[in-house]
Design a protein around this ligand. Structure first.
Ligand SMILES: *[C@@H]1O[C@H](CO)[C@@H](O)[C@H](O)[C@H]1NC(C)=O
Ligand SMILES: *[C@@H]1O[C@H](CO)[C@@H](O)[C@H](O)[C@H]1NC(C)=O
Ligand SMILES: *[C@@H]1O[C@H](CO)[C@@H](O)[C@H](O)[C@H]1NC(C)=O
Length: 462
């Protein structure tokens, strides 16, 4: 019902852009450009976690049978499932999950309780991100009840001594009454779709979160990459001395009937983390940890215990665990205020799509996702190196291509060739890393898939 009340742009964002994200929070004014700021508060990295799914109730993937469309993907999650996801997140330095939840899911109270319980068992933190595609400005009493219940919970993430809460859209929701009626202090950092709203906000916000984790001119507009910090700069300026929570995401592609597009991500994971290290915002709320298979920006494993929202068509068999290998040193650097990540052992992480963008998929009734003409047919390799070295990639029938890469974390791209993918790194005449990509690139397909296969090879495999 709420959908009818929204203007078009709002609707598009509200229904289609539910994300997974790394966020960075900043509580102090930031000078223009990428001038690092001095920090004085603890930095956190949190992962956006879909308690609800990212699918619109009327969406279907080409091979999805329209069944139980109102069901979220963690309906049957156990405390032990939650703990497993939290342990994985903790292992790479993520402090908390932002629990994206909807009013319409009957299991929301149960799953929030399990998430808070699991977090207190593993020494992890959580906070609620109300998904305003499903909550409305009239839900003050319900939202207050949730805040009253959880704001002083031992597993609640506290920021500046107050319980952090965020949203997906819900720009005009007034946090004043919620703060008044909750015994514990609340720190409201909702999503604002337009940073200019921050200048005139009378909604008792303490900061704002940007959902522009991918190259866009706003809404869900698709533009060429690479990602810039133009939205971050606007948010920081418009927020003045309020907290800015910045988003980080590695990828975006989705293929439902009403939601069929890509954002131009390519080397986004390292590019965006590098931007975070330059910007040095005060608090980080990190990437969508486990479950947004729908939009292909998960960094957790493809877990058996979630239900399929149709995304198995592009997410099953497409691991993204290698992106955790990249995120870990970046998160550590971000939290310590360092300007670059420290690499502890030589390793490489590669990612590529299963087919060149021009291939027609024979059984797909939806047609290819919007935006793919702006993608390149490339193989991406992030090298994590202690010292400079030579990277060689043989992509399909292409001739071997080499690049001299610096120490640290560097992403290099290579022209995609159909067939087997081979990677090696040599230093001082000896091969230190070598291996094959675990997925062959094909020039045939049944269904469009612009998700990427992410794999990794470490020095011991040479
Ligand atoms: C933030 O700015 C507002 C308005 O300019 C001012 O009233 C307030 O004291 C400032 N708060 C802090 C913590 O600097
Ligand atoms: C959760 O379990 C119930 C009972 O087994 C089942 O009916 C329901 O479909 C499951 N939900 C999901 C989302 O898998
Ligand atoms: C590939 O690398 C080249 C050289 O650094 C760069 O100019 C180009 O933008 C990169 N392409 C993509 C898609 O990242």
């Amino acid at each position: 019902m709420i959908f009818y009340l929204l203007n078009r742009w709002f609707t598009v964002v509200a229904l289609f852009a539910t994300p997974f994200i790394s966020l960075a929070l900043s509580g102090r004014p930031w000078s223009s450009g990428l001038v690092p700021r001095q920090q004085n508060s603890t930095k956190y990295v949190a992962a956006h976690f879909m308690v609800r799914h990212s699918r619109n109730p009327v969406d279907s993937a080409p091979i999805l049978k329209l069944r139980d469309i109102q069901v979220g993907i963690v309906e049957n999650y156990t405390v032990s499932d939650w703990k497993q996801d939290m342990e994985l997140a903790k292992e790479i330095g993520i402090d908390a999950f932002a629990l994206n939840c909807a009013k319409i899911d009957s299991y929301t109270p149960t799953q929030l309780a399990k998430a808070y319980e699991a977090a207190s068992q593993v020494g992890f933190k959580v906070f609620i991100s109300f998904d305003f595609a499903y909550w409305s400005n009239g839900d003050t009493a319900d939202i207050t009840a949730y805040m009253q219940k959880y704001s002083s919970h031992p597993a609640q993430l506290q920021y500046n001594g107050a319980a952090l809460v965020s949203t997906f859209v819900g720009d005009s929701f007034d946090w004043g009454p919620v703060k008044e009626k909750t015994d514990h202090a609340i720190y409201a950092v909702p999503n604002l779709q337009d940073p200019a709203e921050a200048k005139s906000a009378t909604t008792s916000i303490d900061g704002a979160f940007s959902w522009y984790a991918w190259p866009t001119d706003g809404g869900n507009s698709i533009i060429r990459g690479p990602m810039t910090t133009k939205w971050d700069v606007k948010f920081i300026e418009d927020l003045g001395n309020k907290t800015y929570m910045a988003p980080v995401s590695p990828w975006f592609s989705t293929h439902y009937n009403t939601k069929n597009w890509v954002f131009i991500c390519e080397d986004l994971i390292t590019r965006r983390w590098d931007q975070m290290l330059s910007m040095k915002p005060d608090l980080a709320l990190a990437t969508k940890e486990a479950l947004d298979y729908g939009e292909s920006h998960y960094i957790g494993p493809y877990s058996a215990h979630h239900s399929d929202d149709g995304s198995s068509q592009w997410a099953k068999g497409f691991p993204h665990d290698g992106w955790r290998i990249i995120s870990k040193p970046y998160i550590k650097a971000y939290k310590s205020g360092a300007s670059s990540p420290t690499v502890e052992s030589d390793q490489l992480v590669y990612w590529y799509r299963p087919t060149p963008k021009g291939v027609k998929c024979s059984k797909d009734s939806l047609g290819p996702p919007q935006g793919i003409d702006m993608l390149s047919d490339s193989i991406f390799v992030a090298t994590l190196l202690k010292e400079p070295a030579t990277l060689t990639v043989t992509s399909g029938s292409n001739k071997p291509a080499t690049a001299e890469v610096e120490a640290g974390i560097v992403t290099t791209n290579f022209t995609m060739g159909v067939g087997k993918q081979t990677f090696s790194v040599t230093r001082g005449g000896s091969k230190i890393i070598s291996g094959d990509g675990e997925l062959e690139i094909k020039d045939t397909c049944d269904y469009y898939n612009f998700n990427v296969y992410v794999g990794s090879i470490d020095a011991s495999q040479a």
